[in-house]
Design a protein around this ligand. Structure first.
Ligand SMILES: N[C@@H](CCC(=O)N[C@@H](CS)C(=O)NCC(=O)O)C(=O)O
Length: 222
């Protein structure tokens, strides 16, 4: 019997960390259930109370895997992406080439552990278009670093499938929400990055996430 997956995510308009493993899970093609927890909710049941039912770390995303009578919870976006890559080798969530794979891992890890000013000043607001705030110097440097790294990867691998390392990989999962942020705040991108952004936004998974985010905004919960 195949595993049953449940992905626990936060409010889709805001939860960039949740979008990352969602993109990976969609890329596997495996069926899954979804639980959406409302972020920034203080009244009962608060965000904290709701997340605690699923996550020992008190954060989303969480992937629950039920299989052979037992259940495992995997938390943290990168750990979930790694777990999915291992469980679904056919999805090729890491590049086949060892050199490209090492680079893709670096890209994913750099996003996961870095860019604090970009994350704070250009927080994900998927369904909205908003003028960018006055960007601090550190934020400007981090935006430039993202674009420089995209341009570098695309110069070498774009022709192999259009994504950072050719075909869609965990590196793209990690940067998908950054594409959304750049579009929300009208960040100017060089040509290859602009094409990359268009390809990411055209993914059916991004479109579905965007439709759900729009519904959240329209209903006033985000
Ligand atoms: N390093 C974690 C970060 C997860 C995270 O910060 N998630 C936010 C939502 S995007 C959260 O759960 N916040 C809890 C809250 O708002 O109470 C990951 O990569 O999954």
């Amino acid at each position: 019997m195949s595993a049953q997956y449940t992905l626990v995510v936060g409010t889709k308009n805001w939860s960039s960390w949740s979008l990352r493993p969602y993109l990976a899970l969609r890329a596997t093609g495996a069926p899954f259930e979804e639980v959406v927890i409302q972020l920034r909710r203080s009244e009962s049941p608060s965000t904290k109370e709701q997340i605690q039912k699923y996550s020992p770390a008190g954060r989303v995303p969480v992937l629950k895997i039920e299989e052979n009578g037992s259940a495992t919870s995997v938390w943290d976006s990168l750990a979930i992406c790694e777990t999915l890559a291992e469980r679904h080798p056919e999805a090729k969530l890491w590049p086949a080439d060892a050199h490209a794979r090492a680079l893709a891992r670096s890209y994913a890890a750099e996003m996961h552990s870095g860019f604090p000013d970009l994350r704070e000043q250009l927080s994900m607001d998927f369904a909205r278009k908003t003028p960018a705030p006055q960007l601090r110097e550190a934020t400007q440097e981090q935006v430039a670093r993202v674009l420089e790294s995209w341009e570098g990867a695309l110069a070498k691998y774009e022709t192999g499938g259009g994504f950072l390392f050719g075909t869609f990989s965990v590196a793209d999962c990690m940067y998908g929400p950054v594409v959304s942020r750049f579009l929300t705040y009208g960040i100017k991108m060089p040509a290859a990055s602009q094409r990359y952004a268009e390809r990411i936004m055209a993914l059916p998974a991004m479109k579905d996430w965007g439709a759900a985010a729009k519904a959240e905004v329209e209903s006033g919960i985000a």
